[in-house]
Design a protein around this ligand. Structure first.
Ligand code: ZN
Length: 380
């Protein structure tokens, strides 16, 4: 995501609006992008010249000349994208404009290692394209992984929950397998992009993916903040008080992950004798209003709020968005929100929006569609 006011940023905005159907003409673009008609004309002219956008027919007039309809060219190909979790993979097919056309989910075991997992993903891509976009060829691939990923090299660095993946060059492997441009990124970063694109106006946003693990990301000035080696956003190993000083997979103690993640909740509840094996069980029991589970989920949300409060005070964002599977639990999001109000300086929270994700389970796939389009050379 380039600077929104730069030529690349304007191009990106225009493509997003045309891809999402929020704009279909130059006049729509002028209105939604809030820039001068001459700026839109320049951007559109370039998109038409490079063959990304076609001009066809005329639309409804709101007085004056009827506007020409703008449409993204169908390149005859698609992007395939996938977000891997510890136990599930979500796969999707995106149009060349980045729009998600179709998605599916299936069980995997990430501990089986990259070769086995990517073989399954490749099969799932073929099956999904056969149904959602039959006959279309593969233009590029985007993969989001639940661990730290070096950017732009796509190498995985010491992921605690992914045995066999540490140091694995996912990007090189996937390029060899699929023979197309490949983008590999961290899941919380991809989801933050998807959320930002879906919301359109989230401003500076802290995004937290709270699922089996917890990941975070910052979008500032319309751009993903990656940090020196692409490893920004590690909120999960922030040490929180009242955490019981439990040992963490990172080797430390008292990390947020040991109390507020889906894996930690499942573990803590199983210790109390409840029949809970994973994050899905935690969510089902909380939705069933099991009092022990609801109390633990509320405490987890409060600890997430504690960890985020330092970031909010430091960064003064416009929005905090909580995504991932646990964001489907109002009690979790409300507890985090309550703690942010309690711990942050009042001027910080006055205009701060603290909400559950609107992009939902497809956030990372939507984000990957946009990251692939922005990164890979996939022009028609
Ligand atoms: Zn830790």
């Amino acid at each position: 995501m380039p600077d929104p006011s730069s030529p690349a940023g304007l191009r990106e905005q225009a493509l997003n609006l045309l891809a999402s159907g929020k704009a279909a003409s130059r006049a729509d673009l002028v209105e939604t992008m809030q820039v001068a008609p001459s700026t839109v004309s320049t951007v559109v002219r370039r998109l038409i010249d490079e063959g990304t956008v076609l001009e066809e027919g005329v639309g409804q007039s709101t007085g004056g000349r009827r506007p020409r309809i703008l449409r993204l060219r169908d390149a005859g190909g698609v992007f395939c994208v996938s977000e891997l979790g510890a136990r599930h993979a979500r796969v999707g097919v995106c149009a060349p404009g980045g729009r998600l056309l179709s998605a599916a989910e299936f069980a995997i075991d990430i501990g089986a290692g990259p070769d086995a997992v990517f073989a399954e993903i490749a099969t799932a891509f073929e099956a999904l394209v056969a149904v959602a976009a039959p006959g279309r060829h593969l233009l590029a691939v985007g993969i989001a992984l639940p661990g730290p990923v070096e950017f732009p090299h796509g190498r995985i660095i010491g992921p605690a929950r992914m045995p066999g993946w540490s140091g694995y060059d996912a990007q090189a492997h996937l390029r060899e397998r699929f023979l197309v441009p490949v983008v590999v990124d961290n899941d919380a970063k991809a989801a933050a992009v998807g959320e930002h694109v879906t919301r359109g106006d989230a401003g500076d946003m802290i995004y937290v993916k709270a699922g089996t693990g917890i990941g975070g990301s910052l979008v500032s000035g319309g751009e993903l903040y990656r940090g020196g080696h692409g490893l920004s956003g590690d909120v999960t190993h922030v040490r929180v008080a009242d955490s019981g000083e439990r040992e963490c997979s990172c080797g430390g103690r008292g990390c947020l992950e040991t109390m507020a993640s889906g894996a930690a909740l499942a573990h803590l509840l199983a210790e109390r004798g409840l029949p809970i094996a994973d994050t899905r069980d935690v969510i089902a029991a909380a939705l069933n209003a099991d009092p022990t589970v609801v109390t633990m989920v509320r405490q987890a949300g409060r600890l997430l709020g504690v960890a985020l409060s330092g970031l909010v005070n430091f960064l003064n964002p416009d929005s905090v968005v909580i995504g991932g599977a646990l964001s489907s639990l109002d009690v979790y999001v409300a507890a985090a929100r309550g703690m942010l109000y309690e711990r942050c300086l009042p001027p910080m929270t006055q205009s701060l929006s603290i909400e559950a994700s609107v992009a939902g389970p497809d956030a990372a796939l939507i984000g990957l569609g946009h990251l692939v389009r922005a990164t890979a050379d996939v022009r028609p």
